[in-house]
Design a protein around this ligand. Structure first.
Ligand code: TXA
Ligand code: MG
Length: 335
């Protein structure tokens, strides 16, 4: 989409104590949002489905900050937003099915889960360590304008606290996230009001992971056979997918000491000494920093030649819950 964005509504700027700044969608506020995102900050933006909490999808820290702001107890993979098919092709491996769906429904309320390209400039956390990535080109002119000005893919889950209802107005975002977001761009109410349809194109049969405005009938008209994933299957959760990265080496939790043939995943200022390899998630005990390093460090320690990975305890609070959830899954007995 080119040219100036068509802006929806004409809301008044609004500021209440302890709430985030809400700015009407203008070229100025969108440019400011782009600057914030380039600096690793979070901005809530309108899309045609729901408001998204957007951050640089290439930055582990920025993506970790999304999980912290949403207070998510798990690292669910997030949707990566792009302006269109060309940008999507740089991040994921797109087959003819993906090409058909993009030609028919993009930009629009459809997300495609496809294999991640090796070397794609994407955070590992954004796909929760999976080898796949969910890609969507939103149709909303404000989201499109921001994506083009930023020139980088944006991770954007719904801009609500975890477990709450998705926001369809800027005011909802402010009520749900309070001061946890640097800027909220007000583009008026969302036209669709429901999160995008999510289709997985990893196996032979396409699978509908989340129903949305692009219907099963429409998908079947393009692809023929489409399987419906069980709604309670949590098919995308870390540890539940065959393609999910789990360390090769066994993982020992709550380690307060370490053996000479172990690799230590440390946390905090005083890790025990003597490991054959050690990476510290956050020497200062910062949970956002720890989350940002988690997947990369697990991979690296797995390659260290150690017999086992020993993970130090991480506090079970805030983002620590998501880190511990992921560590417990990685330590669970393998099938
Ligand atoms: O409408 C939408 O899609 C909104 C707006 C802001 O664009 N965004 C949104 O994002 O709902 P999010 O991150 O909350 O939704 C992620 C959904 C989840 O159901 C997640 O499990 C699935 O997409 N998902 C993301 N990456 C995946 C992956 N690699 N494999 C399987 N499912 C994935
Ligand atoms: Mg959501």
């Amino acid at each position: 989409m080119g040219g100036a964005p068509v802006l929806c509504g004409a809301p008044m700027p609004c500021q209440t104590p302890h709430s985030s700044r809400i700015e009407p969608a203008t070229l100025g506020s969108i440019a400011q949002a782009a600057r914030l995102i380039s600096a690793g900050r979070l901005v809530a933006i309108p899309t045609e489905t729901v408001y998204g909490l957007a951050a640089d999808a290439g930055s582990e820290e920025a993506v970790a900050a999304i999980f912290a702001a949403k207070d998510r107890p798990q690292f669910n993979p997030l949707i990566v937003h792009v302006p269109g098919a060309a940008a999507a092709d740089r991040l994921g491996r797109l087959d003819t099915r993906a090409a058909r769906l993009m030609a028919r429904f993009w930009p629009g309320p459809l997300s495609l889960v496809v294999p991640r390209r090796r070397g794609a400039r994407l955070s590992l956390l954004v796909s929760a360590g999976l080898d796949s990535v969910a890609l969507r080109a939103p149709a909303h002119p404000v989201a499109q304008a921001l994506l083009r000005i930023c020139g980088r893919p944006l991770a954007a889950p719904s801009a609500n606290r975890s477990g709450r209802i998705s926001p369809t107005t800027a005011q909802h975002v402010s009520e749900s996230l309070g001061g946890g977001v640097d800027l909220i761009i007000d583009g008026g109410p969302c036209a669709v009001g429901l999160e995008s349809t999510v289709v997985e194109l990893l196996g032979e049969r396409p699978r509908l992971l989340r129903p949305g405005a692009v219907t099963l009938e429409q998908l079947r008209a393009e692809l023929g056979d489409v399987e419906i994933a069980a709604s309670d299957a949590r098919p995308t959760s870390p540890g539940q997918l065959a393609s999910h990265y789990a360390p090769e080496r066994p993982l020992r939790l709550d380690a307060t000491d370490v053996a000479a043939d172990e690799a230590l995943l440390a946390f905090g200022p005083a890790p025990p000494e003597g490991a054959m390899a050690m990476l510290n998630l956050s020497p200062s005990g910062d949970l956002v920093e720890a989350a940002a390093h988690l997947f990369a460090y697990l991979r690296e320690l797995d390659r260290s030649g150690a017999r086992r990975i020993a993970a130090m305890p991480v506090p079970e609070a805030g983002l620590g819950r998501a880190i511990n959830d992921r560590l417990r899954r990685a330590a669970a007995p393998r099938p």
